[in-house]
Design a protein around this ligand. Structure first.
Ligand code: HEC
Ligand code: HEC
Length: 281
């Protein structure tokens, strides 16, 4: 009697394995493709009838342009020229006039704005005004860079503002930070009386700030008082430089000693404090 299964068992074990695996894989691939399709449909959908949603979509679309210059927070800070900052961050709105932004080189757009004065424009560029986001949406831009960029923009349209060259923000009164002593960096803070502030090699407070403090103090992370936030700094500044130096060197609450960078000398930490206080007065 002939075995009815004889024909079916002709397939080798390998052939059986392959068809089983393919049989399992096919529906899986189909599911993955469907998921991708759903995802791409959802992310492409924007309700352009809602102005708020549409504006967010515009901001989202230009974000890659505005963020072109992603910088390493640990790299030493180099102040860029107004033109560089403009091209990197501000041009996305201020060249085409997006969202009603005054256009570069356009006297009509700028006339009444220039009449407000250089300081007022800088203030609006730093804090934002209506559809203009604070610092053009890039909190990494320093006050000096903003001041230079505002001069670059306003001067293109007929103003004659003088941009700051030196490392001192226009609004910040000059402090005696460069005079900070470096003779005894290991001495206890209490020993560092203002009296022994002899001339010393200039300590780069701004550079120290950018590399060791900005991570929290530019963003307000962990509840850190933001550099430039006058309200947050006023009560602290009142406690006096020595108290601030001591908090920064030894740590205070969520503020780690020397910002977590034990390699910094006391003089460097103090210079960074001076820099932040200068930005925040
Ligand atoms: C997302 C778009 C956008 C970006 C990016 C942007 N701006 Fe603006 N900006 C605007 C708009 C919109 C206005 C007009 C706001 C108003 O007066 O209603 C404006 C106005 C201004 C003004 C005039 C403020 C006044 O008082 O009249 C200055 C100065 C300015 N921007 C500087 C900058 C600088 C500097 C940058 C880059 C660091 C920048 N902007 C990036 C949208 C933008
Ligand atoms: C990990 C986040 C972080 C880093 C990094 C950091 N800080 Fe702070 N800082 C804080 C926080 C949080 C506070 C608020 C502490 C409080 O008042 O309780 C603070 C407060 C301060 C104060 C005010 C102290 C006072 O007595 O009111 C000074 C000054 C200061 N930081 C300096 C610095 C300096 C200088 C650096 C860099 C060398 C630095 N910080 C790095 C988080 C940070």
């Amino acid at each position: 009697m002939a075995d009815p299964h004889a024909k079916m068992t002709k397939a080798t074990p390998q052939e059986v394995m392959v068809s089983v695996v393919l049989g399992l894989l096919a529906p899986l691939i189909a599911i993955v493709l469907i998921l991708f399709l759903i995802d791409s449909i959802q992310s492409g959908q924007v309700d352009v009838d809602d102005p708020e949603v549409a504006e967010k979509a515009v901001l989202k679309n230009i974000a890659p342009v505005a963020k072109l210059e992603a910088r390493d927070a640990n790299a030493p800070r180099v102040e860029r020229s107004g033109e560089e900052v403009f091209n990197a961050v501000c041009a996305s709105c201020h060249t085409p006039g997006a969202l009603g932004a005054p256009k570069l080189n356009n006297k009509g757009d700028w006339g009444s704005r220039i009449a407000q004065g250089y300081d007022k424009l800088i203030e609006h560029a730093i804090n934002g005004i209506r559809a203009m986001p604070p610092r053009g949406g890039d909190p990494d831009i320093s006050d000096i860079e903003i001041a230079r960029t505002v001069a670059y923009m306003a001067n293109s349209a007929g103003a004659n503002f003088k941009a700051p060259e030196a490392a001192a923000a226009p609004a910040a009164p000059a402090t005696d930070k460069a005079a900070d002593q470096a003779a005894a960096p290991a001495a206890a803070p209490t020993a560092d009386k203002p009296a022994d502030k002899a001339a010393a090699p200039a300590v780069d407070g701004k550079g120290v700030y950018a590399s060791s403090c900005a991570a929290c103090h530019a963003t307000g992370a962990a509840g850190a008082p933001k550099a430039g936030d006058k309200a947050a700094w006023a009560p602290r500044i009142k406690t006096g430089n020595d108290a601030l130096y001591a908090s920064a060197i030894k740590g205070k609450g969520a503020m780690p000693a020397k910002g977590g960078n034990a390699a910094l000398s006391d003089a460097e930490v103090k210079a960074a404090v001076d820099h932040m206080v200068g930005l925040s007065k």
